[in-house]
Each structure stands twice: as C-alpha cells, then as structure tokens.
Design a protein around this ligand. Structure first.
Ligand SMILES: [Zn+2]
Length: 110
C-alpha cells in the first residue's frame, strides 16, 4: 500500500476527462452529486478516473481488480479555473466518502 495521502486528498481537484454518467450517459454539471471510480494499477504512481456515475446510478465496485487499488469516491462536481491558460475544468470536490479496494483483494466482495 503506497498511498501516502488520504484518498480524498488525492482525488480532490482531480481534473475529469469524462463528465457523463457511465451508466445513463447523462451529462453531469457543476454542483451535481457524483460517484467517481478511480483506479491505480500496481507500480503506477498516477490515479485515473475512468468512470463517473450520477447520483441515481451510484454504483459500487462489484468485482475488484487484482493488482489495482480502486476507489469509489462520493462527492460533487466543481469548476476549477486555471487562470494561466484561461480554462475551466470539471473537478471532484467535497468528497464525503471513499470506498477502497486493495490490490490484494482480488475478487473479494466489498
Ligand atoms: Zn446515471
């Protein structure tokens, strides 16, 4: 376990590439409550957030991936302004709860 900061600190402010619910494909907006699925593979320093879910579709990690640390973070979307490049991006804010699966969990059920 190489995580040196609490998961909510790692993911707070994470710039999201995908802003649609992975399940119902609704486009999520600033202020919407979301669940973000984050994964970091063994030997990798970087977190990836490949999937977002809207509140009604809030999912759980049903089949943990062996060799990966997976998180499901519940929070909301916020807009972060990068003044240097005059661009806003959707980020994760207000993370309230994080469900975590460790690499050695394999297929255990959370
Ligand atoms: Zn949805």
């Amino acid at each position: 376990m190489l995580v040196t900061a609490p998961a909510d600190q790692l993911l707070a402010g994470f710039q999201l590439a995908e802003t649609r619910c992975n399940y119902c494909k609704i486009t999520l907006q600033e202020g919407d409550p979301v669940s973000a699925y984050a994964v970091r593979y063994a030997g990798d320093d970087e977190w990836d957030v490949p999937r977002l879910y809207c509140h009604p579709c809030r999912a759980t990690i049903e089949e943990p991936t062996l060799g990966a640390t997976e998180l499901l973070a519940e929070g909301r979307l916020g807009l972060t302004m990068d003044a240097a490049i005059q661009r806003t991006s959707l980020t994760l804010l207000g993370i309230e709860r994080v469900i975590q699966s460790e690499p050695e969990d394999g297929r255990a059920t959370l």
